[in-house]
Design a protein around this ligand. Structure first.
Ligand code: NAI
Length: 463
């Protein structure tokens, strides 16, 4: 048994970042993690392994579709799926190992096992009960399935199973055209699977602007993904090797059925805090089952805080990280702050899609006076050179009176990195003119951001 200033439960991006910040602030800190490696869902079975597979399959796509045209002749590579998975595992291992090193470097104790909180100020791990002045719950989220859909992680899989399939399926049905469905659907489409995405809404990526949704869907269709929109999945019947997905078209008509070798259920995630004993402690939850917190991540029980996917807000690793740093500041008596208005969202397909701030559609619905500046990547030399110009654009949404940037969306090469220029601009309260007057190197993708900013004023140069 040991005494700590802070015990953090969960070593995902929220928890481990918080632990490091606590240690930097001079707090005696421990982190509890029951998995064999640190890094949580993101590093072990989420963001990182999926990015490895996205990278490898993008390379394959380039070899199959673009090498010959660039004068790179020869046979296309064949896929050694087991080797691709071991490359993915190696990437994961390097990163989880890196987090373990950071824990040691910052003198943070890793309490191995699954935690419960018998009382405020106490954390039980295995047979030992430790004391902590402050407890931070950072236990994340798990995939949520649908009624009538039983996940076996073999034929009917969540993202966890989809990252580790024994073989590449001939036919994959993806339920849900959100981030997970489109990223992993892209991976398997590039590997040669026939991928059909069944989505309840009439557009992909709920919450994005309509022009972004349309443009993105068109690009994915060109890459071979099939979409059945406006279709509510009613259930999945699975045997050991095959499945039938039943869906009801929203516009009416009979129930339809499609066959699949693998069904990926990507219909969202739900907060996870099982086994902590929060009920007995009287920790309040929101109507949606998230841990309720105040603006400084305090639950209603003194000394217990919560951050990341287990509380409200977008389920994104970087949102959890920001909250992790801010809650450490609060615990250390400083002023922790997260600007929820400037949290980027990125879909790591090729091309990438990135958004930040308000959408054009939402602001128009509010009746807000805005200007929109848009620039197509077709007029960006660099994007054309890497075969990622078609259908892509940068869009800035700015206040009509003040020219202040309110939001942005990018479909294009490196969109997930480009968006940060606009995040910084928004944090500084910049106007589109500020971005337009900033010199951008030529030839770069970032010139498209400047051109969109110019389009908010006197006009873009290359359009
Ligand atoms: P999501 O909430 O993004 O999308 C789920 C989709 O499933 C929605 O479009 C919804 O309309 C559809 N759906 C729900 N029920 C349905 C039904 N019965 N029939 C047909 N369609 C149905 O959820 P997703 O993709 O599972 O991601 C979960 C979370 O993980 C999200 O919060 C996401 O932001 C996060 N994530 C983020 C990543 C990133 O930032 N690149 C990568 C992976 C996940």
């Amino acid at each position: 048994m040991a005494s700590y200033d802070v015990i953090i439960i969960g070593a995902g991006p929220g928890g481990y970042v918080s632990a490091i910040r606590c240690a930097q602030l001079g707090l005696k800190t421990a982190i509890v993690e029951g998995r064999e490696t640190l890094g949580g869902t993101c590093l072990n079975i989420g963001c990182i392994p999926s990015k490895a597979l996205l990278h490898a399959t993008h390379m394959l796509h380039e070899a199959e579709h673009n090498f010959a045209g660039m004068g790179l002749k020869g046979k296309s590579p064949s896929v050694d799926w087991n080797q691709m998975k071991s490359y993915k595992e190696d990437v994961v291992g390097q990163n989880t190992g890196g987090v373990e090193f950071l824990m040691k470097k910052n003198k943070i104790d890793w309490l191995k096992g699954w935690a419960s909180i018998p009382a405020a100020g106490q954390v039980k791990v295995g047979d030992e009960t430790h004391t902590a002045k402050n407890i931070v719950v950072a236990t994340g989220s798990v995939p949520s399935s649908l009624p009538g859909v039983e996940v076996d992680e073999k034929v009917v899989v969540t993202s966890t199973g989809a990252l580790d399939l024994p073989k590449i399926p001939k036919k994959m049905v993806v339920i849900g055209a959100g981030v997970i469905g489109l990223e992993l659907g892209s991976v398997y489409a590039r590997l040669g699977s026939e991928v059909t995405v069944v989505e309840y809404m009439d557009a992909v990526c709920p919450g994005m602007d309509k022009d972004v949704q349309r443009g993105f869907k068109r690009i994915l269709e060109k890459q071979g993904l099939n979409f059945i929109m406006g279709a509510a999945v009613q259930g999945v019947e699975a045997s050991k090797t095959k499945a039938k997905v039943k869906y009801q078209p929203k516009k009416g008509g009979d129930e339809e059925v499609i066959d699949a070798d693998v069904v990926l259920v990507a219909t969202g995630r739900k907060p996870y805090a099982d086994g902590l004993g929060l009920d007995a402690l009287g920790v309040k939850l929101t109507e949606r089952g998230q841990i309720a917190t105040d603006a400084q991540w305090r639950t209603n029980v003194p000394g217990i805080f919560a951050i990341g996917d287990v509380i409200e807000g977008p389920m994104l690793a970087h949102k959890a990280e920001d909250e992790g740093m801010a809650v450490a500041d609060v615990i250390a008596g400083k002023h922790g702050h997260v600007n929820y208005g400037v949290i980027p969202g990125v879909v790591y397909t090729t091309p990438e899609v990135a958004t930040v701030g308000a959408t054009e559609d939402a602001l128009k619905a509010e009746g807000r006076a805005i200007k929109v500046g848009k620039f197509n990547f077709m007029a960006n030399a660099r994007a054309k050179a890497v075969h990622q110009a078609e259908g892509g654009f940068v869009k800035l949404i700015v206040d009509k009176e003040t020219d202040r940037i309110l939001g942005a969306a990018i479909i294009g090469p490196g969109a997930g990195d480009l968006i940060h220029e606009l995040c910084v601009a928004m944090e500084f309260g910049a106007s589109a003119e500020d971005v337009a007057l900033t010199c951008h190197a030529h030839p770069t993708y970032s010139e498209a951001v400047r051109e969109a900013a110019l389009a908010c004023g006197g006009g873009a140069i290359h359009s």
